[in-house]
Design a protein around this ligand. Structure first.
Ligand SMILES: Cc1cc2nc3c(=O)[nH]c(=O)nc-3n(C[C@H](O)[C@H](O)[C@H](O)COP(=O)(O)OP(=O)(O)OC[C@H]3O[C@@H](n4cnc5c(N)ncnc54)[C@H](O)[C@@H]3O)c2cc1C
Length: 523
C-alpha cells in the first residue's frame, strides 16, 4: 500500500505501537520455535524462486521488503525470507509449487489494509504480493457481472461499472485502497452491506490456486451448483485455504434515488434503541451508522460535516431505490428516531449535504489522531437488540481500564468498531489497550455475537477464537484447513488456534471459576 494511501486512510499513526510490541510478537511468532518450518534453507528458496520469476519480481533485501512487513495493524511487524510479486496466475502458481516442494510458508497479500494482521509475513517464509494482478478483465452489462483480478481496488470496480449504470455494492471504508482479493479473503463488509449483503453475497465465481499451485474453479454464473459450497468456504478464509487469482463479481443497477438523514440523540442507548426499531419496522436502509460523542466531535473538528457536537450519539441513515420509496422509507425512519427520543432529525436537503453527512463518518478513523497518539480498532458483532446495553457496558469497561473508547460503527449490522485510544509511548498502555479490546470481544461473544464482523481473525484475535468456539469446532476448522493444505503452509499461525494454544490461553476464559460477564445469559 502506497504511503500516500496509508496516510489518507489514517493508518500511519494508528496502532503504531511497534516499540512495545515487537519483542513480545517475536516471542509468539518465531519460526525457530516451530520446528515444522525450521528446515527451509533461504539460499535454496531464493534460487528456486528466482528461476520461476522474471528479474525484479523477487525482493530479498531487508530495505526492499520493509513496505511489506506489516498491514493495517501496524503494531505487528516481521520480515519474510522473500517477497514474490507475480504478474499473472501462472507465475503465482509457480511460486506456490516451489514453496510446497520446499515446505516454505506462504502469506498472500492484497493491498495490506487488513486490520487483524492477516497479511503479516511469516519470518522465513514467502510473502506473495498480488498487487500486479490488477486488471479488470471484463464488464458484462447484460449479465451485470465484472471479471477482475485480485489486485483490483474495490472502488475501481464501481468506477468502471458506473458508465453502464451499475455498481459493486460491498463498500469497505478502505475501498479507495483495499483489493478485491483481500475483500474476498476477509469477506469484507461496508456501509451498504446491511441492504446488499457482504462480499460473499456479491460474488459468483472464483479462480484460485492450491498450495501446490493447482487451479481450482469455484462457483459459476448459474444459480446453483452441485457439490459442496466451496465459495462460502473460501470467502473469509483469510488466505489459509487457497490463493485467489480471479473473481467474478455481481453488479447491481445504480438506484434511481438516494436519501440520507442525520438524527441526534441525548443518550447512546436511545440511539441504539432507534436502530433496533428501524429494522423491526421492516425498513432496510442502504446504510445505518452510529457515532458516539467522542467520535462525532473528533470527526466534526476534522471534517466540518455539520454534526451537532452536543449530541450523545448520532445516527446516519441512508435509503435508496425508486424515488417515492427512498423518500417514504426515510420519512418512516425520521418518525422512528423522533419517537425514540432524537432531539434533532435533519434530512439532507440535497446531494451536497448527503455527501457531508458521510464525509464526517468516513473521516472518523483518521480524526482519532486528534484525540490520542494511537488507537486500536476493535471489530465485533452483536445482535442488534443488545446494542444499547452493550454500548453502556463498553463505557463501563473503558472507565474500568482507564482508556477512552470512541464508538463509530455499522449499527444496522450490529457490527461494532470501538476505537480504544492509547499512547504506545506510555509504558504498559498498549498492553492495557489489548486487555480492554479482549474484554470487549468477550462481551460480544457473551451477548450472542462474534469476535469479528468484517476485519477477520488474523493474528490479532486468535486467542479470542478459543472463547468463541468449542474444541470440537476448532478441530473441525483445522481438519478443513488440512484438507486444502496438509502441510499447513498457507498463512500459518493465523485465524485458527491450535487446541494447545486455547488451553494455554484459558479456553473459555474461566478465571477463578468465573466466566467473563457471568450475569449475562449465554449462547
Ligand atoms: C481505514 C480502514 C477502514 C476499513 N474499513 C473496513 C470496512 O468498512 N469493512 C471491512 O470489511 N474492512 C475494513 N477495513 C479492513 C480491510 O480494508 C479489509 O479487510 C480488506 O478486505 C483487506 O483487503 P486488502 O487487499 O488490503 O487485504 P490484505 O490486508 O492484503 O490481506 C487481508 C487478508 O487476505 C488475505 N489475502 C489477500 N489477498 C488474497 C488473495 N488474493 N488470495 C488469498 N488470500 C488473500 C491475506 O493473506 C490476509 O489474510 C478497513 C481498513 C482500514 C485501514
Amino acid at each position: 500500500m502506497a504511503a500516500a494511501a496509508r496516510a489518507d486512510l489514517g493508518v500511519g499513526r494508528c496502532l503504531d505501537g511497534e516499540r512495545a510490541y515487537k519483542a513480545r510478537m517475536l516471542d509468539r511468532f518465531d519460526p525457530k520455535l516451530d520446528p515444522q518450518f525450521a528446515a527451509v534453507d533461504r539460499a535454496t528458496l531464493l534460487a528456486r524462486l528466482g528461476a520461476v520469476l522474471p528479474a525484479g519480481s523477487l525482493i530479498a533485501s531487508a530495505e526492499g521488503m520493509r513496505p511489506y512487513e506489516t498491514d493495517g495493524l501496524a503494531a505487528y511487524k516481521s520480515l519474510p525470507a522473500a517477497v514474490a510479486l507475480p504478474a499473472d496466475a501462472g507465475e503465482a502458481a509457480a511460486v506456490l509449487k516451489v514453496c510446497a516442494e520446499l515446505g516454505a510458508p506462504v502469506v498472500a497479500r492484497g493491498a495490506g489494509t487488513g486490520l487483524s494482521g492477516g497479511a503479516l509475513p511469516f519470518p522465513g517464509g514467502v510473502l506473495l504480493g498480488l498487487g500486479k494482478l490488477n486488471r479488470i478483465l471484463a464488464i458484462d452489462p447484460d449479465a451485470r457481472t465484472a471479471r477482475v483480478q485480485p489486485g483490483v481496488r474495490n472502488l475501481a470496480v464501481s468506477e468502471a461499472a458506473r458508465p453502464y449504470g451499475l455498481f459493486y455494492a460491498p463498500d469497505p471504508s478502505s475501498q479507495l485502497a483495499c483489493s478485491i482479493g483481500g475483500n474476498v479473503a476477509e469477506n469484507a463488509g461496508g456501509v451498504h452491506c446491511l441492504k446488499y449483503g457482504l462480499t460473499v453475497h456479491n460474488i459468483l465465481g472464483l479462480e484460485a490456486l492450491t498450495i501446490e499451485g493447482e487451479p481450482l474453479t469455484i462457483g459459476s454464473e448459474a444459480l446453483d451448483a452441485p457439490g459442496f459450497d466451496l465459495m462460502a468456504l473460501i470467502t473469509g478464509s483469510e488466505g489459509l485455504l487457497a490463493v485467489i487469482t480471479e473473481i467474478t463479481l455481481r453488479l447491481l443497477p445504480l438506484p434511481a434515488d438516494v436519501r440520507a438523514l442525520l438524527a441526534a440523540f441525548p443518550a447512546v442507548d436511545k440511539a441504539g434503541q432507534a436502530v433496533a426499531e428501524i429494522i423491526a419496522a421492516g425498513v432496510t436502509p442502504a446504510g445505518l451508522e452510529m457515532m458516539d460523542q467522542l467520535a462525532l466531535r473528533a470527526a466534526e473538528t476534522y471534517a466540518h460535516a455539520g454534526y451537532p457536537t452536543d449530541a450523545a450519539a448520532i445516527l446516519i441513515c441512508e435509503t435508496d431505490g425508486a424515488q417515492a420509496d427512498a423518500l417514504a422509507d426515510l420519512e418512516r425512519v425520521a418518525e422512528i428516531c423522533r419517537a425514540a427520543g432524537a432531539g434533532l432529525v435533519r434530512i439532507a436537503a440535497d446531494e451536497a449535504e448527503r455527501q457531508r453527512f458521510w464525509l464526517g463518518r468516513k473521516s472518523a478513523f483518521p480524526a482519532m489522531g486528534r484525540l490520542e497518539a494511537d488507537y486500536y480498532c476493535i471489530d465485533g458483532t452483536i445482535p442488534r437488540r443488545r446494542l444499547a446495553e452493550v454500548l453502556v457496558r463498553i463505557a463501563a469497561l473503558s472507565a474500568e481500564h482507564g482508556l477512552a473508547v470512541a464508538n463509530v460503527f455499522h449499527a444496522g449490522d450490529g457490527n461494532l468498531h470501538p476505537l480504544i485510544l492509547y499512547d504506545a509511548s506510555r509504558p504498559g498502555e498498549l498492553e492495557r489497550a489489548e486487555t480492554l479490546g479482549g474484554a470487549i470481544l468477550e462481551l460480544c461473544v457473551a451477548v450472542g455475537g462474534t469476535i469479528t464482523g468484517e476485519h477477520g481473525v488474523g493474528r490479532e484475535k486468535i486467542n479470542q477464537m478459543c472463547a468463541q468456539f468449542s474444541a470440537a469446532e476448532v478441530e473441525t476448522f483445522a481438519a478443513i484447513k488440512a484438507a486444502f493444505d496438509p502441510a499447513g503452509l498457507l498463512n500459518p499461525g493465523k485465524a485458527i488456534p491450535t487446541l494447545a494454544r486455547c488451553a494455554e490461553f484459558g479456553a473459555m476464559h474461566v478465571h477463578q471459576g468465573q466466566v467473563a460477564f457471568p450475569d449475562l445469559p449465554r449462547f
